[in-house]
Design a protein around this ligand. Structure first.
Ligand code: XCC
Ligand code: SF4
Length: 640
């Protein structure tokens, strides 16, 4: 699959990307594709997961095909190395999502106690709903009191020192799944005599537990390490990410179904263009809000610009797309291409998925590359420190930086590829249930009659090893053709939006059943559920169906996929899907194949134990076949 070697059109299927890559070739701008080529051949030990540099007697490596030593210096086996590396990936991924969730919880606390007045409770109904779910009394109490209690419960999920499962998970996870995990813990203890936990006790604790148990000379047992990876990932899906989603809805407003535009054509030649990139809408939502202020409007006009046009990239783009209807410039592999248009006056980033290469690239243009987070500083960037309690002022300063850069734009160098697609977005669980008339029953009926065979959730990134958006688009088309409703988040959602798959006419690509449903409800066959932390919305939808039917998630005709996955966060997402009972497809290959035992646990044993498991497949059509087959098997088991 060495796309990078086969000329520029093999790098992306996106028409805007193709145009920009031609410019990159002509002008000699370095891109991920070029640097990927320069990295060839990549280390095969790394690809198989069998290298270890956990202590200074190493680095050690094991050739899984039997050449050379079969143990590290300390005696660690290939499986130990693979399992430890995987656990660390899950810990980092979970921590990234969860630390994002923590900041939202702390902000809710600050808003509730009045120490932050730049934000407010934007959706009191959601606050009440979340409070009731958590068992917090609401009757006769003020919004601030309720918000304070919700924030306290959320914050406690991070640092609680008890042994009981985290409250958010206990209250949100469907009953049968929770029971199954608890019974599994008991069974493992009884049959092995060793304690193996699966239900997370606290979000921070499970990540630290992994850092501890993967220290030199601790846990070497592949099963135990995989179990802790599941536990930590569950603390992300049903903890940190869920807290991020729910509390962001409270603070920034719950998304509603609405049309938006996606692709580089959202940049405007006549306007000051600000691209927000990263993950945390606490900043980006403010940038969008402040761009509309009379002060910023006047400043933009004073430099001869039509307006300040804020557009999004990656997941923070998804957040403002969903809540504020902001145009979407693109997914991960579009980040360099956006700067190359010469029309971006500032790219403002917070945390996660930001190529450090953007700093160099921006310096070839008038573009201000602005970092804002203590946790994501990039050499060559302009750092404007973001502080929540001064959010309005700092967001305004950031926009002014873009406005100041605008006159330096070299108009002769500007090239904005004129491609956008319309996407209908904002399919939160609440919005889906509203469209269905308030209960999941109509969706269940459609699944029972086979009008819709099942639901596939697709997530994840762009990866330079896969032609950009090719797997996302092809797999999605193949699934809807088979009457499988596709929902998802992250950079997949952006790929689907750019491809037109989230527009109403896309229903013509769907099978007859799904097509009819889309016609009736006035929805596209492919539903945008948000950013990567909003994978928690998918868990909640699955949970609502499971609880309504009084079954486990693993009984339902649901499947998942991360077909262009890149980051450790994707490892955490895939793992909490599996831990929640959903089979998950992955491509490119995860770095586990050098550990036969770990591979067997994750691709086979997990099936019986957890009801969810991983499978790997390179071809989108074969992937769709396999996903359909799983759905049909689950339907048969349900007797439908
Ligand atoms: Fe992956 Fe999350 Fe990043 Fe996009 S942005 S590259 S994790 S899909 Ni969320
Ligand atoms: Fe080598 Fe063991 Fe040290 Fe890893 S922990 S680097 S396998 S000696």
């Amino acid at each position: 699959m060495d796309q990078a070697r086969n000329g520029h059109d093999s790098r992306s299927i996106d028409p805007a990307a193709k145009e920009m890559l031609r410019i990159a070739d002509r002008e000699g701008y370095a891109t991920i594709w070029e640097r990927y080529e320069q990295q060839q051949p990549q280390c095969s030990y790394g690809q198989l997961g069998t290298c270890c540099r956990i202590c200074s007697m190493g680095p050690c490596r094991i050739d899984p095909f039997g050449d050379g030593p079969t143990r590290g210096v300390c005696g660690a086996t290939a499986d130990t190395m693979v399992a430890r590396n995987l656990a660390r990936m899950a810990a980092v991924g979970s921590s990234s999502h969860s630390d994002h969730g923590r900041k939202v919880a702390l902000l809710l606390k600050a808003v509730a106690n009045g120490s932050n007045t730049d934000y407010h409770i934007a959706d009191p109904d959601k606050l009440t709903a979340v409070a009731e779910r958590l068992g917090i009394p609401t009757a006769g109490r003020s919004t601030a009191e309720i918000a304070g209690d919700v924030a306290a419960v959320a914050i406690d999920c991070f640092g609680n020192q008890g042994e009981e499962p985290i409250v958010f998970m206990e209250k949100y996870m469907p009953k049968k799944r929770f029971q199954r995990l608890r019974e599994l813990e008991e069974t493992l203890y009884r049959t092995t005599g060793a304690k193996t936990g699966l239900l997370p006790r606290a979000i921070d604790r499970e990540a630290v537990d992994i850092l501890h148990r993967t220290h030199f000379g601790c846990d070497h047992d592949p099963l135990s390490l995989v179990a802790q990876s599941v536990r930590c990932s569950l603390s992300d899906g049903w903890g940190g990410s869920l807290i991020a989603t729910e509390l962001q809805d409270i603070l920034l407003g719950s998304p509603i179904i609405r049309p938006v535009k996606a692709n580089l054509g959202v940049l405007e030649a006549e306007s000051v263009n600000v691209v927000v990139h990263g993950h945390e809408p606490i900043l980006s939502a403010k940038v969008v809000e402040m761009a509309q202020s009379p002060e910023c409007r006047a400043a933009a006009e004073a430099v001869g610009a039509k307006r300040v046009n804020v557009v999004g990239l990656c997941c923070t783009g998804n957040e403002v797309l969903l809540r504020q209807g902001v145009g979407m410039a693109g997914n991960e592999s579009h980040s360099e291409l956006a700067i190359m248009t010469g029309a971006v006056d500032a790219m403002v980033v917070d945390v996660q998925c930001i190529y450090p290469a953007l700093a160099d690239l921006a310096s070839c243009f008038h573009t201000k590359f602005v970092t804002t987070s203590e946790q994501a500083k990039i050499p060559g960037a302009l750092h404007i420190q973001f502080e929540e309690h001064e959010a309005d002022a700092i967001a305004t300063r950031i926009i002014k930086t873009a406005i100041d850069a605008f006159p330096n734009r070299n108009k002769a160098r500007v090239y904005i590829p004129q491609h956008t697609s319309t996407a209908i977005v904002g399919f939160t669980v609440e919005e889906i249930l509203k469209a269905l008339g308030g209960t999941p029953q109509p969706l269940i009926d459609l699944i029972v009659t086979g009008t819709i065979k099942g639901v596939a959730g697709i997530v994840g990134c762009n990866n330079v090893k896969v032609q950009q958006d090719f797997f996302h688009r092809t797999l999605t088309e193949e699934l809807i053709k088979r009457d499988i409703l596709v929902i998802g988040t992250g950079c997949w959602a952006i790929a689907a939006a750019k491809s037109g798959l989230m527009d109403l006419p896309a229903r013509e690509l769907a099978g007859p059943g799904l097509q009819a449903v889309c016609g009736q409800l006035g929805i596209p066959p492919v539903l945008h559920m948000g950013s990567c932390v909003d994978c928690s919305r998918m868990l909640n939808l699955a949970g609502a169906l499971a609880d309504h039917l009084q079954v486990d998630i693993s009984d339902l005709p649901l499947v998942g996929s991360a077909p262009e996955w890149t980051t450790e966060k994707a490892v955490a997402i895939g793992t909490y899907f599996v831990g929640s009972g959903i089979p998950v497809h992955l491509w490119p290959l995860p770095p586990i194949l050098g550990g036969p035992q770990v591979t067997k646990i994750l691709t086979s044993d997990a099936k019986d134990v957890l009801g969810g498991w991983f499978f790997v497949e390179e071809d989108p059509k074969a992937t769709a076949d396999r996903m359909e087959q799983i759905i049909m098997e689950r339907r048969a088991a349900l007797g439908i």
